[in-house]
Ligand binder design. Structure first.
Ligand code: FES
Length: 125
């Protein structure tokens, strides 16, 4: 009998060294068969990853230039209409989508490497 089970694949998306240099790094991932943009950020010593999609209008938060932080580096800012997001929770605290949250992505950090945890479907016979 076939058994469907879900397992997690780990994919390297950045290193801590990358984030110490640039604060954020971009990557792509697939969800529901669709390729999407993501970004990973280092903030207050924590690493977080989100889908790079504003909650106001489905546009990327950056302009493709890997700029996500406000000038004081305390929040993420959408470059289009200025929505302000808390880095650790992804919650929009000011702007047109206040109260909505970025889609958080699951990651694992091991020996300075940051991995995206992706769900895969496995069929076992
Ligand atoms: S598209 Fe991000 S604030 Fe409007």
């Amino acid at each position: 009998m076939d058994v469907n089970s879900r397992s997690r694949a780990r994919r390297l998306i950045a290193t801590i060294q990358d984030l110490e240099r640039e604060s954020t790094a971009k990557f792509t991932f697939k969800l529901e068969g669709i390729s999407r943009d993501g970004f990973v950020a280092l903030f207050d010593g924590e690493v977080v990853a989100y889908e790079n999609l504003c909650r106001h209008i489905p546009l990327t938060i950056d302009y493709g230039d890997n700029r996500f932080f406000t000038t004081d580096a305390r929040h993420f800012v959408c470059q289009t209409h200025g929505a302000i997001y808390e880095p650790l929770s992804g919650l929009c605290v000011r702007g047109p989508c206040e109260g909505a949250s970025l889609r958080k992505l699951e990651i694992a950090v091991s020996e300075g490497k940051i991995f995206l945890l992706e769900e895969t479907n496995e069929i076992r016979g």
